[in-house]
Ligand binder design. Structure first.
Ligand SMILES: [Mg+2]
Ligand SMILES: [Zn+2]
Length: 188
């Protein structure tokens, strides 16, 4: 066991990273896990690394669906991941529209910082994996390492990135494989 506050953490985006990206996903029955994502999360679980989902859900602020719909999708996600022996330690979502100027919408750091506090996670050694530049921006703002996946919107986002990610991965599974190697390289 690591001392408290020294817990390793990987922050994962949800849509386009763990599950197929569907515009404003609000119906749990529409949820499809991306190939290999369950295994990827299980690899992190097996090493005692915290897996925390941080997701922008502006569909709530836009009135397209409710917080309870986000929770219902999360519950379904949990169920599907369990089939692969994988589990997420916690999920946080920003319900705001971009124009609300909140501090929790990625690349804002409020949710990740709250999660780190609640789970005793070490932000200085954190990783963020996602399919958008806002995910890489979150990594930068946290002084963490960012991995862009080419699933979801990733392939398109890769063309227009201002700041390069630390690694570009085909999908979540190869992102996690890189992260585990990187942790080893940098001293576990
Ligand atoms: Mg995404
Ligand atoms: Zn917010």
């Amino acid at each position: 066991m690591r001392e408290s506050g020294r817990q390793r953490v990987v922050f994962l985006d949800r849509d386009g990273t763990i599950n197929e990206d569907v515009e404003y996903l609000s119906n749990p029955s529409g949820l499809v896990i991306i190939e290999g994502a369950g295994k990827a999360i299980r690899l992190l679980n097996e090493r005692g690394i915290k897996v925390i989902v941080v997701t922008n859900q502006s569909g709530v602020g836009r009135g397209y669906f409710k917080d309870s719909d986000v929770e219902a999708v999360n519950a379904r996600l949990k169920e599907l991941l369990a089939r692969d022996g994988a589990s997420i330690d916690a999920s946080y979502h920003c319900p705001h529209r971009p124009d609300e100027g909140c501090e929790c919408r990625k690349p804002g750091t409020a949710l990740a910082k709250r999660a780190a506090k609640e789970h005793g996670a070490d932000l200085s050694r954190a990783y963020v994996v996602g399919d958008k530049s806002s995910d890489i921006g979150l990594a930068r703002n946290l002084f963490a390492k960012g991995v862009l996946v080419l699933t979801g919107k990733g392939a398109k986002e890769a063309e227009g990135l201002v700041e390069p990610p630390d690694f570009i991965a085909q999908d979540l599974l190869s992102a996690v494989e890189w992260i585990l190697e990187d942790m080893e390289r940098t001293g576990g």
